[in-house]
Ligand binder design. Structure first.
Ligand code: PLP
Length: 424
């Protein structure tokens, strides 16, 4: 008899964020709505939207249909010399819905490349002007506990953590600050003012630091910090890779603030989780530093699959679905349900810091030392998996981030399964 898919996988495949001594992965053969279905026809509720991407659920027929039709027309073309309808239409769509005056849209492949491009754009913005303005801004300002991806630039601007530890001595220097609170804003102000003349850009995950532990912070304080950066001509880069496309209750988390970023990074929910695509959108100020006959002022960055027509088509279809009233209502309903869920979590033995922001609810398990290496969350995940629910805690931080298509009884079942594990 031939080996199972799991055994064949285990022989050759190296999985992300997974120890090579971990048990074999679950072979999934199908996705339907909020569910993943394995070889044995077991259903698993995908309570974290497959790493926060599948906003409309799996194998959505509208996205699949549009992809199929596009694949018959044009599947890929080098984007340096050519353009195509899906890329142009997607740029126009994003210009219409993004909370910034978009002047240019730069495509890449994923969240790490979207932030990598943003940082390179910001640094070259200053470099391109160094002779005319005598400016030399080369530093990046970022938050402790931030996460912007796994490539070297993206790791450099992310908080130092267990993810970066093996590479810390290879990462470039960044000025790190805490996320702002009333008690710390004046200290943060002093750091920014002290270094203002050397800071090229500030990158931040607006209102919610995802991989750093679903840490939530206040829009009023972030707004103050953004205004301070803008006073000092520091480029503001909103990393909305995770928060974009409705996750925080609004289409984009940046809309909770009045201060408008210069650059926004997108990926994950952009294509409804169907295809890999990244976007770095900038305003006219950033673009202006690159408009030149001088070859050296070109932005020398690109990927083989830049603006892949299938990925752009998936994004067009996903945004169509997102903007339907039914989907917007579902986001509101999940957000309201999360607030009630948080109330029920509060005060339970073994749980602390229950919180929610839009479609995301999170809490910590009290057992052991806080952090990614804490195994308390894993035990809960194993328990839920036996009940057909998939979560992937970040150490002792447990969170749910379901697709917007989740049905009322499914969300209630998910919340109930978690509550049942901890006595009231
Ligand atoms: C805020 C943020 N930025 C960037 C990334 C990196 O995205 P990707 O995993 O697609 O490279 C992530 C991934 O979790 C993220 O949450």
């Amino acid at each position: 008899m031939s080996d199972s898919l799991s055994e064949r996988d285990k022989r050759y495949i190296w999985h992300p964020y997974t120890s090579l001594s971990a048990p074999a992965p679950v072979p999934i053969v199908k996705g339907r709505g909020a569910y993943l279905i394995d070889e044995g026809d077991n259903f698993y509720l995908d309570a974290i939207s497959s790493w926060w991407v599948t906003i409309h659920g799996h194998a959505h027929p509208y996205i699949a249909e549009r992809l199929y039709r596009q694949a018959l027309e044009l599947e890929q073309v080098i984007f340096a010399n050519f353009t195509h309808r899906p890329a142009v239409e997607l740029a126009e769509y994003l210009v219409a819905i993004l909370p910034l005056e978009v002047s240019k849209v730069f495509y890449s492949d994923n969240g790490s490349t979207a932030t990598e491009v943003a940082i390179k754009m910001a640094l070259q913005y200053w470099w391109n002007q160094k002779e005319s303005a005598g400016l030399k801004r080369t530093k990046i300002l970022a938050f402790h506990h931030g996460y912007h991806g796994d490539t070297f630039g993206a790791m450099s601007i992310s908080g130092r953590s267990v993810f970066t530890e093996a590479f810390n001595d290879k990462l470039f220097d960044v000025i790190f600050i805490d996320t702002p609170e009333a008690a710390t804003i004046s200290q943060i102000r002093s750091i920014v003012e002290e270094h203002a003349e050397e800071i090229a850009a500030f990158i931040y995950e607006p209102l919610l630091q995802g991989s750093g532990g679903m840490r939530m912070y206040e829009p009023g304080m972030l707004n103050e910090l953004l205004l301070l950066c803008q006073q000092h001509d520091i480029i503001c880069i909103a990393d909305e890779v995770m928060t974009g496309f409705g996750r925080t209750g609004k289409l984009f988390a940046s809309s909770y603030m009045t201060a408008i970023p210069d650059i926004i990074c997108l990926s994950k929910g952009l294509t409804g989780g169907t295809m890999a695509l990244g976007v770095t959108a900038c305003n006219a100020k950033i673009e202006s530093a690159f408009i030149s006959e001088e070859k050296m002022k070109t932005f020398f960055h690109g990927h083989s699959f830049t603006a892949n027509p299938l990925a752009c088509t998936a994004a067009l279809a996903s945004i169509d679905l997102l903007l339907q009233q039914d989907c917007l209502d579902r986001i509101d309903w999940i957000s309201a349900s999360n607030k009630e869920f948080v109330k029920k979590l509060e005060g339970r033995a073994g749980i602390k810091n229950a919180r929610s922001l839009g479609t995301i609810a999170a809490f910590e398990l009290s057992e052991g030392k806080d952090g990614y290496l804490n195994t308390a969350g894993k035990k809960l995940a194993e328990l839920l998996m036996q009940q057909g629910i998939f979560i992937r805690p970040l150490g002792n931080t447990v969170y749910i981030m379901p697709p917007y298509c989740i049905r009322e009884e499914e969300l209630e079942g998910l919340q109930h399964a978690i509550l049942a594990a901890y006595s009231a």
